[in-house]
Ligand binder design. Structure first.
Ligand code: BTN
Length: 249
């Protein structure tokens, strides 16, 4: 492998790489794309105030600092899209069957292989900085926590992987996508590729649940602000924010 061109700090243990990187960003001028990677987190955080649990030394637990001043607050969903795509593109180099479950989980077939926790710190009217936190299941053989439907790269292929190589490949892809979204035409292509990479595609009907109960629908679109548009089987279109709809697996 080539010498690593990325700035990555490896720590054996921390409460949460997102929290540690945030503390660092608050007290000093850190270089953009500074990455902290831990073998173990004592208080790993997931979306919806969930915990993120991971066997020590087996998986990737890391956070990346970016300063997306050029992204208007109301268009911040583009950051979720590029992080998801960079992860999918990276995983595609190792295993098959990877997709993006809206808004930004990474699935391998019907199971979750990777979770993303993006935390923005806003200044008056812009994003001051963003911490992109990623938990990718790499070499873990068994999951005993109550995490819903986890899977690892090892379980997918029977192979053990070099975690540093994966994070380095991911950062190369993320940097490229981050630079590309500053150009309107390239941004449109990236958004199209995000939509094409979605779990449950945009052609078949599946079961979902909202406040009114279970229904059958097909993914119709995802808006610039990150709403999922589902077409119900009576052809009506419904917009959902994160947490307003559940995929029935
Ligand atoms: C999810 O719930 O799907 C998001 C999980 C994100 C977990 C990662 S692990 C590294 C980083 N540090 C944290 O505390 N959380 C994220």
């Amino acid at each position: 492998m080539l010498p690593c061109e990325h700035k990555i700090l490896f720590v054996p243990q921390t409460s949460s790489t997102n929290s540690l990187l945030k503390e660092m960003a608050q007290v000093s001028d850190c270089v953009e794309f500074l990455t902290i990677c831990a073998d173990f987190q004592t208080a790993g955080r997931g979306q919806k105030e969930n915990k993120w649990e991971s066997e020590s030394g087996k998986n990737l637990l890391f956070s990346v600092l970016i300063y997306p001043h050029f992204v208007p607050v109301e268009k911040q969903f583009i950051l979720s899209q590029i992080v998801s795509l960079a992860l999918k593109d990276t995983l595609d180099e190792y295993i098959e069957g990877v997709s993006i479950k809206w808004p930004n989980d990474i699935y391998r077939h019907d199971k979750k292989i990777c979770g993303i926790l993006i935390e923005n710190t806003l200044s008056t009217d812009a994003i001051a900085y963003t911490i992109v936190g990623i938990g990718l299941n790499v070499n873990q053989a068994n999951f005993e926590s109550d995490a819903p439907n986890p899977v690892s790269m090892f379980q997918a292929s029977g192979e053990q992987y070099d975690r540093k190589e994966i994070v380095s490949r991911f950062l190369t892809k993320l940097k490229q996508l981050y630079s590309d979204i500053q150009f309107t035409e390239l941004r449109g292509k990236i958004v199209d590729r995000y939509k094409e990479s979605l779990y449950r595609g945009r052609s078949a009907y599946y079961l979902y649940r909202d406040d009114n109960g279970v229904f059958e629908a097909v993914i119709h679109d995802v808006t610039e602000s990150g709403y999922l548009i589902l077409k119900h089987n009576d052809n009506s279109l419904h917009h959902y924010a994160f947490k307003e709809v559940q995929f029935i697996l």
